[in-house]
Design a protein around this ligand. Structure first.
Ligand SMILES: [Ca+2]
Length: 184
């Protein structure tokens, strides 16, 4: 190592120590940031109300709600029976959702009683459950808000072709509704 390099190295060392000394000679304060990120969740809940319009309590309606499933059973149905139902979906999660897709079908081995079912009323109504002035809809259902389907059906004596409603028949059906976060 020649003298020039040695001097340069020495100078750098002095400067470095000088900076270090300079830094240590000051008061210091340190600020920290800590963060946490939690994700919201999607959850929906059914509620249901049903009423049979009949002069004698012959037919029966019962339902059950469990783990996102709504079971509705109409038994001992007969021609000219009218059924009023409100089927309500409430966003019980923390994220707004929208209806993405849905489907339905008849159970295997089911009779098809649809030709004898006349829909008298089928209306969707949004409910402002969270009180922000905006009612829920299937396009955007905010946490706490609901959409309610008001459905009235009537069992017809005959279908469009004049066939009488079958006795001792059974119709099983299913439907699903897939909701996603509203901004998807
Ligand atoms: Ca609302």
């Amino acid at each position: 190592m020649d003298t020039k390099k040695l001097m340069a190295t020495f100078a750098i060392l002095i400067i470095a120590l000088g900076i270090a000394g300079f830094a240590y000679a000051h008061w210091t304060a340190t600020v920290y940031i800590e963060g946490e990120i939690t994700t919201g969740y999607l959850d929906l809940e059914w509620s249901f109300e049903g009423e049979l319009i009949q002069t004698k309590p012959v037919a029966e309606l019962d339902y059950e709600i469990e783990d996102g499933y709504l079971w509705v059973n109409l038994t001992n149905v007969y021609p000219c029976l009218t059924v009023n139902m409100t089927i309500d979906v409430t966003n019980t999660g923390t994220i707004p959702v929208k209806l993405y897709d849905w489907g339905w079908g008849l159970e295997e081995g089911s009779d098809n009683l649809l030709p004898w079912i006349k829909v008298l009323k089928c209306e969707f109504i949004g409910v402002d459950g969270n009180g922000d002035g905006v009612p829920g809809s299937i396009e955007q259902l905010d946490p706490g808000d609901s959409v309610v389907l008001w459905l009235t059906i009537h069992f017809e004596q005959e279908d469009a072709q004049g066939n009488v409603m079958p006795q001792n028949a059974w119709m099983g059906f299913w439907a699903w509704f897939k909701w996603v976060n509203w901004n998807a």
